[in-house]
Design a protein around this ligand. Structure first.
Ligand SMILES: [Zn+2]
Length: 110
């Protein structure tokens, strides 16, 4: 086991529709989320542990904040098709003005 779990984490910029965030990702998460494009979208990352976030930028406030955006989520377990269930849907919002920074959806077929 790795003595220092933070050792392999790299700070990445994660883009959202209403801003962006900086969070520390493992290489695996980075590969999974980037989908072959240079930008990484917060929506592809899903819900990350709040401690991974270092700062975020809100387009509405036009300001950068230290720490994690607010994360709210629900687990609807909604069957959308034959083999597809919406397990979780969540939002990242600015802690100051409540602006939506990014949405994510998690399906059981991923
Ligand atoms: Zn804001």
């Amino acid at each position: 086991m790795n003595a220092n779990p933070n050792e392999d984490l790299e700070e990445m910029k994660l883009l959202g529709s209403g801003g962006h965030a900086f969070a520390k990702l493992t290489e695996q998460e980075e590969i999974k989320a980037s989908l072959g494009v240079p930008q990484i979208f917060l929506g592809n990352i899903g819900r990350l542990n709040e401690a991974r976030f270092t700062r975020y930028y809100c387009n509405k406030c036009k300001q950068e904040y230290t720490g994690c955006p607010m994360i709210t989520y629900e687990n609807p377990n909604e069957k959308l098709g034959e083999n597809v269930t919406l397990i979780e849907k969540g939002e990242y919002r600015c802690g100051e003005c409540n602006n939506l920074i990014a949405l994510y959806r998690k399906f059981n077929n991923i």
